[in-house]
Design a binder for this molecule. Sequence first.
Ligand code: M6R
Length: 608
Amino acid sequence: MCGIVGIVGRNSVAPQLVDALKRLEYRGYDSAGVATLDKGRLNRRRAEGKLINLENMLQQDPLDGTVGIGHTRWATHGAPTQNNAHPHFGDGVAVVHNGIIENFSEIKETLISEGVHFTTQTDTEVIAQLLASLLRQGKTTHQAMQQIMQRLKGAYALAVLFANDANQIICARNGPPLAIGHGDGEMYLGSDAIALSPFTDDITYLDDGDWAVITRDSAEIFDDQGRRVERPRSKASSAYAQVEKGNHRHFMEKEIYEQPEVISHTLAHYVDFSNGTIRKLPDEIDFASIESLKIAACGSAFYAGQIGKGWLERYARLPVEIDVASEFRYREMPLPGNQAALFVSQSGETADTLASLRYCKENGLPIGTIVNVRESTMARESDVVFQTLAGPEIGVASTKALTCQMAVFAALSISAGMARGVLDANQEKAMVRALSEAPRIANSVLNLIQPQMESLSRELSKYNHVLYLGRGSNYTLALEGALKLKEISYIHAEGYAAGELKHGPIALIDENMPVIVIAPHDRYFEKTVSNMQEVSARGGRIIFITDEDGAKACKLETMATIVLPNVDEFIMPLIFMLPIQLLAYHTAVFMGTDVDQPRNLAKSVTVE
Ligand code: M6R
């Protein structure tokens, strides 16, 4: 989490730094700050809360200087106060940092015993103070940088200003990504290329362990052994240059309504609709011969993986083991035999997912990633990238990225099913036909249910607790529904497998806890209706999300019934995700929360 930027420019850089930070606010928005070097002096402005507070502060009290660094924070160590906001200072040193310094207490104690005075509760201040201490001992800036990289444990992307060198920024990467942007007589750095998109699309990514000296005309990069190295330059995707809300109130709303289009783009990448076939996939993962597949991901991406597991097992008879990446990475599981690993991530930077990927890589598994950000670390470290073409997702709540991940899984399942001889050409055609219908149906469903979702949300916002139930893929939708509702409306919500109701959660049922049941008329329908009976018999209030056949077949009284058109069972999870998203969205809007930047969260979770 946290976003960092730096500019070695020709004019006053503070406004440009703020512009770049705006594009990184999705990484954290607890506080923000910038520091510049002006006539050999380090100056800074820092503000608690959203970036707009820093912007206002800078308008009243501008900052000069043609070299500067900036930061938007997601607090780890120390409350999100102005004093804990970056940049942090040591004597003649200013630092911005994304990540966590795990051995900061030990370094801090040593420095305190040497007489250094700390002014914040952050782990980052030790970096600034340690650098300052090394400079006092007579080290050069380069020697100091190299030395701290040996000393710091944990994850970091850093940018450092040294008061004794007015023409450079030194940056370093160990874990979180860092992009250097090449301009015309100006150079930039940022946590990702999006931050630099107003200035340049000519990007060099640092490798883990690299550090670099950035001046107006060049970037000199060194590896972890201090050897001068060259890293490739590439063009950043133009998709990230301009991201606006358009006529929508929130990015989340815009992203929900973009789904028909981006699902269609994503599917078209993998499916040849005119022939009714799946396009040939890269052969780094041999789906025909692998005995099993491991999947790891976090949050909503994990739920996409869980839907994918269902499809791959059912349609390709491929055994799949899936785990949340924060558990996966530490399980020390043996990985024998002929398997592959697949990771799912919008950002491609999620720390736990990346660590799981590296674990599987070290164990020799072929690595695939379903990822939205093409230039991300996961994409670069994978053998094969299955890109989602969702475009930039700005709202913290994942919507279009998730359904595009599911679209990729749908295509992979057909492809794997064909490769393994489980599906025949007719089945492939029928499944491709069903997929081809998904964008059109998604569009009509979004328009159809919107008014009902708005009024139902008003009702839902009166409750403090909500239970979501479903079976099969609808169980995963129940989990995702609960995640979405709690994340943006702050209403407590749980998702349960409907069959588990009587093993505990039924004790919670009363008129104060609405139960949202997701049950299209599929092979689980009758069983789920029995669970609804159990809820109803105990005075529970049901919001029933079903299809036309389900609505006809179920005679139970409900608080509300949301009826979607009947659709092919294969694409049901894609279509039934939509009411779940809209319900959470409108409830949050009605409750007046900060929908796109909900409290305590960040879009890209680059710490564990
Ligand atoms: O960038 P990733 O897809 O790896 O992010 C994973 C989760 O952090 C993310 O899906 C999170 O759960 C969303 N906020 C859910 O809406």
